[in-house]
Design a protein around this ligand. Structure first.
Ligand SMILES: *Cc1c(COP(=O)(O)O)cnc(C)c1O
Length: 377
C-alpha cells in the first residue's frame, strides 16, 4: 500500500463555479465570488474586514506594510516557521529577531518574546503551529504595554480557537493560506483579516495597487487614483470561485479532518504510553482544527531512521521546518543566540500523511507501520 502525504480535496463543484465566472465575462479580482468568500469569513469568524489575496505570503506582506514597519524596526517571530513569515518583513527593511518556542510545543514562548522587546520593536508575529493557539492573552498584554502591532500567521489555523475566539481575529491582523496543502484550498490563495477598524481603509488601497479602485467599484468615489504604496495582492475571480466551492463544504471538510486527527491520536496513544514517541499536547486554551498530524521522537537520528523505514513501507511522512535562524540566507544576519527548543523540534518532528479523504484503513496502515518500526528496533 502507498499512502501519499497530501491529496488536495476537490468538492466537485469547482467546474460549475468556474464556468459561471467564465460565462459572466468578469475574470479579474474583487468580483462576486471574492465578495462571497470574504463575507463568509467575516460572518462566520467575526473578522472586521477580510481581503482575499493570492497567497498567505501576500497577506503577510500587506500586514508588514500596514504595521508601517520601517528600515531598522525590529519584528519578533518564531524561527520554526515558513520563510514567508520573515520575508514579508525583511522586504520592508525590518530586522528579524527570532524568539524560541516552548519546550513542549513549537509555538512562540511569550517569555522569550518579552526578553527581546526593546525601543526598536514594532511587531510581534505569532504562528499558530498546526492550528494550535499561541498564548494570545500574554502576547496581547505585552503588545499593549509596549504599543506593538500583533500579526497572527494563521496559515495553519483556519477554524481554530483561543478559548472562544477564532484565531486570526485577535491580533491587529490575521493571515490565512488556501494553498493546496492547507485545510481549505484554492490551489494558491490566501486572505488578510483586518481586526482593527483604523487599518481597514488603507488595507483596501494597498490591496488594489495603491489605488482607491475598491471604493470606486462600490460607487463611493466617482474616479479612482493613486493614494498610497501597494501591489497587486488580489486574486482573480477564478481563484475565488474555487475557494467558494470549498466554503460550500466547509463544515464537512472540517469534520472529516478533525476525525482523521482524532483517529491518529487514538491509534498512536499506546506508543506514547510506552514512551516511544510524544504526541502533540494541547494547552487548555487551544482547539484542534485538523490541520496536520505531527509527533516527535527523542532525537534526529531516530527521526531520520523512522522516516526511511516508513518510506520503505509506502508511507510518505515528511519533516519540517529547517529553522530560519540557521538557514543559509539568514545565518549571517542572526544575532547568534541559540534557540534550543526550536532546534529540538526541527530535528525531532515528523508529519504523517494527512488529507480529508483518508480512510480508516489507511490510518491503520500508517499506525501499524509506526508500531512495526518501534517493535523491531
Ligand atoms: C503555508 C504557510 C505560509 C505561506 O502560505 P502561502 O499561501 O503558500 O503563501 C506562511 N506561513 C505558514 C506558517 C505556512 O504554513
Amino acid at each position: 500500500m502507498e499512502v501519499l502525504f497530501n491529496r488536495p480535496y476537490l468538492t466537485g463543484r469547482e467546474a460549475h463555479h468556474l464556468a459561471r465566472v467564465a460565462l459572466s465575462g468578469k475574470l479579474s479580482g474583487n468580483g462576486q465570488y471574492t465578495q462571497m468568500c470574504q463575507d463568509f469569513f467575516r460572518q462566520r469568524f467575526g473578522f472586521r474586514k477580510t481581503l482575499l489575496t493570492t497567497s498567505c505570503t501576500d497577506a503577510l506582506e500587506m500586514a508588514a506594510i500596514l504595521c508601517n514597519v520601517q528600515p531598522g524596526d525590529e519584528v519578533i517571530m518564531p524561527s520554526f516557521t515558513f520563510v514567508s513569515t520573515a520575508n514579508a518583513f525583511l522586504l520592508r527593511g525590518a530586522r528579524i529577531r527570532f524568539a524560541d518556542t516552548y519546550s513542549d510545543y513549537p509555538n512562540i514562548d511569550p517569555e522569550a518574546v518579552r526578553e527581546l522587546i526593546n525601543q526598536k520593536t514594532r511587531v510581534i508575529l505569532v504562528v499558530h503551529y498546526a492550528g494550535v493557539a499561541c498564548d494570545m492573552d500574554t502576547i496581547v498584554a505585552l503588545a499593549r504595554q509596549h504599543n506593538l502591532c500583533v500579526v497572527e500567521d494563521a496559515a495553519h489555523a483556519v477554524d481554530s480557537f483561543f478559548r472562544d475566539r477564532p484565531l486570526g481575529s485577535i491580533g491587529h491582523f490575521g493571515t490565512f493560506s488556501f494553498h493546496e496543502t492547507k485545510n481549505i484550498i484554492s490551489g494558491e490563495g490566501g486572505m488578510l483579516a483586518v481586526n482593527d477598524e483604523r487599518f481597514a481603509a488603507r488595507a483596501e488601497i494597498i490591496w488594489e495597487k495603491g489605488t482607491d479602485r475598491a471604493a470606486f467599484s462600490r460607487g463611493d468615489v466617482s474616479k479612482y487614483g493613486w493614494k498610497d504604496i501597494g501591489s497587486s495582492f488580489l486574486p482573480s475571480e477564478l481563484t475565488a470561485a474555487v475557494l467558494y466551492s470549498q466554503l460550500e463544504k466547509f463544515d464537512e471538510i472540517q469534520l472529516k479532518r478533525k476525525l482523521v486527527w482524532q483517529t491518529y491520536y487514538e491509534k498512536l496513544k499506546p506508543l506514547e504510553e510506552m514512551n516511544l514517541l510524544t504526541l502533540p499536547h494541547l494547552p487548555e486554551w487551544a482547539s484542534v482544527n485538523g490541520n496536520m498530524f505531527f509527533l516527535r521522537v527523542r532525537e534526529p537520528e531516530e527521526r531520520n531512521e523512522l522516516l526511511s523505514f516508513l518510506k520503505k513501507e509506502g508511507v510518505n511522512a515528511v519533516f519540517h521546518y529547517l529553522p530560519l535562524h540557521s538557514s543559509d540566507f539568514f545565518r549571517p544576519l542572526h544575532d547568534g543566540r541559540i534557540l534550543r527548543h526550536t532546534d529540538h523540534f526541527a530535528g525531532c518532528i515528523l508529519r504523517l500523511p494527512f488529507y480529508n479523504e483518508m480512510t480508516e484503513n489507511e490510518i491503520n496502515y500508517v499506525a501499524d507501520a509506526m508500531e512495526r518500526y518501534f517493535v523491531n528496533k
